[in-house]
Structures are given as C-alpha cells and as structure tokens.
Write a protein that binds this ligand. Structure first.
Ligand code: ADP
Ligand code: ZN
Length: 609
C-alpha cells in the first residue's frame, strides 16, 4: 500500500514526499479505517482523502460546504488527470445527468457534493446504486467543524451526516478540519459518530508565516503602504474593522497604484462575487475586506494577510492569518493597532446585546489578544500557547525574534499619564490628555482652563508618539478604560491605584521607530524572491507571465496551472529538457505532458533575451 501511495504521490501529484502525518492518514483510510484529521490551514488535508480515493476501488464522495471551493478543487484535480466532478446548484439538468452517468458507470474517482444535496432522497438512492455497482471508496467530510453550533460556520445539515455511517457502515470515513480548539474537536467526534476513529492532530505551527505587530500611525495607512511596498505584485488580503474602513483603505491603496478591491457584506452580491473571482484568478490582486471574506478562500499563493485594525480574538486572528502561504512559501502576517482599536472594541463589547457572561468572555479574549500584541517574547510561542501547544520560542521568524524589542521603565510616565487623566476630570480621550501633558496650547486647553493644572506640561520631553504608546499600553494593561457613555473618554480603573501610589512598577515596550527611507526602498524587492539570483528571478517572472496567459485562456486560477513554489523551483533548476523538468518537484506526469514543451520554450526565450 505504502509503495503504491508514494508512487501516486510522485507521478500524479508531483510531490516528492509526504508532509507531516499524511502518510499515516492515507494508510489508515486506504486500509478502510475511519480518521479524524486536525491540521492547520495549508497543512495538506486534501491529499489525505484524494490519495486513498485513488488507491481504493470505486468513487470517493467528498462533502464540502462551499461551491467555489469545490469547483477549484475539481479543476485542480482534472489538471492532474484525475477523474473528478461536482454536483451543485451551478449545474443545469444536463450537467447533473452527465455527472450521475459517469458516477454510476464507474468513471469517477472523486465526486464533490454539498451536504444539502447529499441528504436528498434522490442522492441517497444514487449512492445505494453506486455502492452496489462500481463501489464507494470513502466518505470525506471537509470543514467538519461546520457540525458545531458554537462556531460561526454552523451548517445544520452536517448534523445529519451520521446517515452515511448508518446506511453504509463498511465505507471508511475521514473528517477534516483546521479548527483548533478542544471543545469543537470533541463535538465533531460526537456529532459525526467518529468516537472510534483514529485521530491525527498536527502541530498548528505555520513556520513559513512571519508574524509582525506594529503600532498604528494615526488612522492612516502609511505603515501599511510601507509594508505593501515589499509585496508588490503579490496577492494578499487586508482586513479592516468596518465597511467604511474597508472602502476608505481600498481607495487609498488604489490611489497608491495597488490593484486593490473592497469586499464586505454591504456590497451588492454580484460585485462581491466578481471581486472574489478576480482575487482568486488573478495574480497580485489585494482584497481589502471585513471578516466576511474568509472561509472558502483556498488560494495557495496568498503572500500576506494584513490587519489594519485589531481583530476580535486570537482565534480569529489565527484563522485569518492562516490564509497566507498555504503553498508553504514565505508569507507574512502583519498587524497594526493603536489605542483607538482597543477603545472601539471594548466599547463595542460593552454596548453589545450579549449577556454579562458572554461579555466577560469576549473581554477576556480581547485582553489575551492585547497581551499577544504587547508581548516582547516570541509571537509564535504566544500564539501556539493559546491553543495549548508548547513551542520552545525563539522561532527566528517573528518581529520580536528578529529584532528583540527594547523595554523601558515606564513607571514615572504612567503616573504622569494616570494623574493627568484624573486631573482633567476623566472626561477626555488620549489626544487631549497628551496635549495637556506636553503643554501644547490648543483651543480645547484654553476652553477648559487646563493650563492651570498641576500636570500641565510635565511630560514635555516625551514625543507625542511615545505618549500614545504609553496610553495604549495602559489601556491594554487595564489601568485605564474607555467610558462608552462619553465617546471613549478615558477613566481610571481600580488597578491604577497601586501605580499612582508608587506601589507598582511598569515596564513598557519601546515601539519600533519607522524605518528610514533608504532601507524601505531597498526592501521593496519582492520579499519572497529575495534569495533568487537575477537570472532566476527573470525566469520566474517569464514563467509567471506565461502562466497568467495560460490561466486566462482556460479561465482557471493561475495556481491551478502551477503553484508559485513550482515556478520557483523551475526557475532555479533551469532544466533544458523534459527529463530534467520532470525531476522538478510539483510536476506530475499529466502536467509534464500538457505544459512541458511550453515551459521549456519560456526558458529558452529567457536565455535568448
Ligand atoms: P489544506 O486543505 O490543509 O489547507 P491543501 O490540501 O490545500 O491544504 O494543501 C496546501 C498546499 O500544500 C497545496 O498547495 C498542496 O499542493 C500542497 N501540498 C500538500 N501536500 C504536499 C506534499 N506532500 N508535498 C508538497 N506539497 C504538498
Ligand atoms: Zn518568534
């Protein structure tokens, strides 16, 4: 079995070897056993049922909740020469009939179907006939967390999938999810009747993702533009807090010459679908979105996920950033946040409809996220720790590991800040309190007579930027809170007492200064190609142009033709014949046949140029 699996992996899928626990999972399912697979996004879940589907007789049934995702998977499989199809609402009657004919005739290896269709009497009886005829290889239940009513992806039909096991007990089942938390895992096992299934739990680390957290530069997008300069021409997602923010950030990016498209639930469905399509098919499109943009984004070459506003929880942050770098190539998760975010989110939770217990839970989650943002240790260690996974730290691929942050004794500054909030009557936001601390004469200062306070001008030596950082950290630490009845005015909490009385010392993180112009410009070479030589980069670019054209002709996403990682390997290997090209990882037999000559021609043209 294992030899056959490895052979298929190489010839059909073009991969050199298995990743993580794939080999064991394939072995388990191909051997006719049930499996519950918990693997992070980009871990390689699809292969865990696609390979057994080919190894076992009959057709595999893949239950998947998302139509767009199904279509991409099927398209990808067909490019590899695998007989795959889907049944969903996009097909007309003739299309459905053709797929059903192939299915019953034993001409399919994989059939993707939405849960609501699978549960129809018509489809169930179709399954009966297939079972008696060419056979059913296995049932794969993708996005298995949809069975959980506590998650935001709840799909009631998933609850009824136990019918598969009851009606065809001999057919192995494999359920897969990237959802990390323990209660959801238990719920999946119970609801799907998979208590006896073998469990495969992978590490949730995504080593190719680099995590960075920076301080916001006001409400602006300057820091974001600096970040995007390193990712020119690459696909990415920018998450923003609200629909209004999405619109305004998208517009600013467009003005900066970036191919940016907005996406949020308030847009017309048609426009939204069009933007999603352009993102999926295009090369180098940046989508600016609310969290409405997410599940079903199966694009492997998303090179960055940027948050211009604070997400709501670590789980959300992890799931959103997980959409970067599924192909295993270097990718970035970048987050900018400021005091305003903390104030906004706290306010939103407090004003929300939820009950007290729920509110407390949400506030705790926000605090955990703030702890992550302000932490001076390894980000990866902090993230994984939240999911109960130990990591030794010092990952070497997060901002804190690459540039350990400096700390400073902020006790005195904190006392000044807290007492100034108190003296001004706990009625103002940070901006005005900072003006008072720095002795900046404004109309508001004059209007309230604040130049006569004892805290007037006592903090003149610290720049505004550093004071903002102090206030942000004070709010993050829970020493100050925003009064939501007074438009976010800051007031002291109980916890401020010990600091004001000199009983508690505070250490603050020194926010990184903005990088000087020169390094920013140097950094503007596409970051993930940094280590390629000039010739290699030229070959890569030529191949990318060819890929874009080919994808357009076939009306499929570019990555369905070849992944970035594959193009990169070709550019490095610079093969001069088909045999050499066949050795490059990511190139299976069918793709070699289909595109081999074209690829070699591109390389030749490059040589000649
Ligand atoms: P998931 O569904 O877990 O997010 P996918 O199944 O989409 O992940 O796989 C993520 C990426 O990893 C895909 O681009 C896939 O081609 C690639 N991949 C999967 N398994 C392997 C492997 N054994 N070797 C190399 N690449 C792999
Ligand atoms: Zn680290």
């Amino acid at each position: 079995m294992q030899q056959a699996a490895l052979e298929l992996l190489r010839t059909t899928f073009g991969h050199e070897g298995f990743r993580g626990e794939q080999a064991e999972i394939v072995d388990c399912v191909a051997g006719g056993n049930d499996a519950l697979v918990l693997m992070p996004t980009g871990g390689g879940k699809s292969l865990c049922y696609q390979l057994p589907a080919l190894l076992r007789g009959g057709c595999a049934i893949v239950v998947s909740p998302l139509i767009a995702l199904m279509q991409d998977q099927v398209e990808g499989l067909r490019q590899l020469g695998v007989k795959a199809a889907f049944l969903n609402s996009t097909l007309d009657a003739a299309g459905v009939a053709a797929v059903e004919r192939d299915f019953l005739g034993g001409d399919l290896d994989l059939l993707y179907v939405a849960p609501e269709r699978l549960l129809t009497p018509r489809f169930l009886s179709l399954l009966d006939r297939a079972h008696a005829g060419p056979g059913i290889a296995l049932f794969a239940i993708d996005e298995a967390h949809c069975v959980s009513q506590w998650g935001h992806d709840f799909r009631p039909e998933y609850r009824q999938l136990t019918v598969l096991h009851e009606r065809w007990p001999g057919v192995p089942r494999i359920a897969l999810t990237a959802t990390a938390d323990a209660p959801t895992r238990e719920e999946i096992a119970e609801r799907l009747g998979l208590q006896d299934a073998r469990r495969f739990t992978s590490s949730f680390d995504r080593p190719n993702i680099r995590y960075t957290v920076v301080q916001k530069d006001g409400g602006g997008t300057r820091a974001l533009l600096d970040f995007l300069a390193r990712h020119r021409g690459q696909s990415g997602i920018v998450y923003a807090f609200s629909r209004r923010r999405v619109e305004s950030v998208a517009e600013q990016l467009q003005q900066a010459g970036i191919d940016a498209l907005p996406y949020h639930a308030g847009m017309e469905a048609q426009v939204r679908a069009e933007h999603q399509r352009r993102f999926l098919q295009g090369d180098g499109v940046v989508v600016v979105a609310t969290i409405a943009f997410g599940m079903g984004i199966d694009k492997p070459d998303v090179r960055f996920v940027a948050h211009v506003d604070l997400p709501k929880s670590i789980e959300g942050y992890y799931q959103e950033t997980g959409r970067a770098g599924r192909d295993g190539m270097p990718a970035e998760a970048w987050l900018s946040y400021g005091l305003g975010d903390v104030v906004n989110l706290r306010m939103l939770i407090n004003q929300g409809e939820a009950g007290d217990e729920r509110k407390r839970l949400e506030l705790r989650k926000l605090d955990a996220l703030l702890g992550f943002c302000e932490s001076t240790g390894c980000r990866r260690q902090a993230l994984l720790g939240w999911f109960g996974e130990e990591h030794a730290g010092a990952c070497g691929n997060c901002d804190n590991c690459l540039h350990p942050p400096e700390c400073w004794d902020g006790t005195e500054a904190a006392r000044m800040a807290l007492s100034c909030v108190y003296r001004t009557g706990q009625r103002f936001g940070a901006g005005h309190v900072i003006d008072v601390l720095r002795g900046t004469p404004t109309d508001k200062v004059a209007q309230h007579g604040h130049q006569s306070l004892s805290t007037w001008g006592i903090g003149a030596e610290l720049p505004v930027r550093q004071w903002s950082s102090v206030f942000r950290q004070l709010v993050a630490l829970g020493l100050l809170e925003a009064d939501h009845e007074r438009h976010g005015a800051l007031r002291l909490t109980q916890a401020a007492g010990p600091v004001l009385r000199g009983e508690r010392e505070l250490t603050f993180r020194k926010d990184a200064a903005r990088p000087p112009r020169a390094t920013r410009q140097r950094a503007s070479v596409d970051a993930s190609l940094e280590d390629l030589s000039l010739e290699e980069r030229q070959r890569f670019e030529a191949l990318r142009r060819w890929r874009a054209e080919t994808a357009r002709e076939q009306n499929v996403p570019a990555y369905v033709i070849f992944h970035d990682a594959t193009l990169r390997s070709i550019a490095e290997a610079a093969p001069d014949d088909l045999d050499a090209l066949a050795q490059v990882p990511g190139i299976g037999t069918v793709k070699l046949e289909r595109y081999g000559e074209d690829v070699l021609q591109q390389l030749l043209d490059c040589e000649a140029a």
